[in-house]
Design a protein around this ligand. Structure first.
Ligand code: BES
Ligand code: MN
Ligand code: MN
Length: 444
């Protein structure tokens, strides 16, 4: 394959969608995405704007009348790179070391989306495509933005398609082609706690003044117990176990729990609900996590203070069939009930996204599995993912079409973490597999 210059250029743009300081860079990344599509011979390439939102990027090639239409989705935004000191090389200065390309966005998602763009560009460079092709690329995936939801819900005719193709998940193991057929949803929010009028001397008032950080700790431990079980009444009512067939398939996956603990987690032990496997716990059971607690004194040295207020960032990963608006209500009342004496506490919802299930028997999913099996020379496996791609459920809901999740990332790609990378052999094989999928789709 020829040069990676375009991908490197794209990766140098710090398109951190959640941070207003990177507004201009995020737009630059959108414009560069549009450039990549135009260069790849897509037509009617356009930025779809909405006030205060990062633009969507659209492009199409519709010269295969009577043939299916594939809609390729991905995102050009990235997670913040912090902590910077943990990176071996700076996050927005992509470098190749060994067989890996290191940069924020290398695997999530610019590098994987580049696979789709390159495959389509290669086909169009050789002549006509056997199927119709569309791209819809967003810049708010990492920040729970609503722009794409509104667009997909709007019924815009540009979205008419037979299947969505997404490269934004990972392979189960380095040589194992993988299709992800289930994702968890997310309910993200904050617990706000306020107590005294202002910060107080902890010696003078300690013993009588309520402490908001202590209150946050109490609230959190009331929501989830030491077994990792969420103790909110009714929370598990809609949770469904994986099918027997899924369980059998998961049991056949090559998996060494000890190695997983060592290489992917790096902590002394795994935790979570007793009686469930790692796959069940990360793919088919909901979870509650605390992302950060802000408040009080966290600087160098010591300061004896009782903070006046504190905020915790929390999320619930929901599973398919759970209803996010119900979970928001459950969280809101559970926080209210768990609030200790002397403080005000409330749950503030930031964003939500539904989980999804894809039928592995779908013809486009089967074509993708065949394409990947041919290129990687190994039987494609079907897994679920613990992460969330909220738009998948909306493509199903508003457009009635399935998403084919052909991820080419690896479990050790460090997505959302320092030293994010892309395993370059997968870039090449991913492009070939996507080209093959496009060919095979012509007869569906
Ligand atoms: N690409 C990931 C989701 C993912 C990663 C799914 C690996 C399956 C396996 C996506 O970019 C992501 O990080 N999504 C966020 C969504 C949220 C901010 C709405 C997530 O899962 O935290
Ligand atoms: Mn992603
Ligand atoms: Mn991500």
């Amino acid at each position: 394959m020829d040069s990676l210059d375009d991908l490197l250029h794209w990766l140098r743009i710090p398109s951190i969608s959640s941070d207003p300081a990177y507004q201009n860079d995020t737009r630059k990344a959108a414009e560069f995405t549009a450039h990549l599509l135009r260069q790849g011979k897509l037509e009617n390439v356009d930025l779809i704007e909405s006030p205060g939102r990062h633009p969507l990027v659209y492009g199409e090639w519709l010269h295969a009348p009577g043939k299916p239409t594939l809609l390729f989705y991905g995102h050009y935004d990235v997670q913040p790179p912090e902590p910077l000191e943990e990176w071996t090389s700076p996050p927005f200065e992509p470098v190749i070391r060994g067989e890996n390309l290191y940069a924020r966005g290398a695997a999530d998602d610019k590098g994987l989306l580049y696979i789709l763009i390159r495959a389509v560009s290669n086909i169009l460079a050789r002549g006509n495509s056997p199927v119709n092709l569309k791209f819809l690329i967003e810049g708010e995936e990492e920040s729970g933005g609503e722009h794409i939801t509104e667009f997909v819900a709007s019924g815009d005719s540009r979205l008419k398609a037979d299947a969505v193709i997404i490269a934004d998940t990972e392979m189960f193991a380095p040589e194992l082609p993988t299709i992800c057929v289930g994702l968890r949803g997310i309910v993200y929010g904050e617990i706000h706690v306020e107590a005294s009028r202002q910060d107080l001397h902890s010696g003078v008032y300690g013993g009588v003044a309520p402490n908001p950080i202590q209150a946050i700790a109490e609230i959190i431990t009331t929501l989830k117990n030491r077994d990792g079980h969420i103790t909110i009444p009714g929370f598990y009512d809609r949770v469904q176990p994986p099918t027997a067939e899924e369980k059998r398939a998961w049991a056949r996956l090559p998996f060494d729990e000890k190695k997983y603990l060592e290489t992917e987690i790096g902590a002394p032990a795994l935790t979570g609900e007793p009686g469930f496997s790692v796959f069940e716990k990360t793919w088919a059971r909901p979870t509650f996590e605390v992302h950060g607690i802000r408040g009080g004194f966290t600087g160098e040295g010591a300061k004896t203070v009782i903070p006046a207020k504190a905020v915790a960032k929390i999320s619930v990963r929901t599973v398919p069939h759970q209803r996010n608006e119900e979970v928001v209500e459950q969280l809101t009342s559970a926080v209210a009930r768990a609030t200790p004496q002397g403080v005000y506490a409330r749950y503030v919802s930031l964003h939500t996204g539904e989980g999804s299930l894809v039928d592995p028997r779908n013809a486009f999913v089967q074509a993708a599995a065949l394409a990947m099996t041919e290129i990687f020379r190994k039987e494609t496996v079907f897994t679920r993912g613990g992460g969330s791609i909220p738009i998948v459920s909306e493509f199903e809901k508003y457009l009635g079409i399935p998403s084919v999740l052909i991820g080419f990332g690896l479990p050790d790609d460090n997505i959302h973490a320092p030293n994010e990378k892309l395993y370059l052999p997968n870039l090449h094989r991913g492009i070939l597999a996507t080209e093959r999928l496009i060919e095979l789709s012509a007869s569906l």
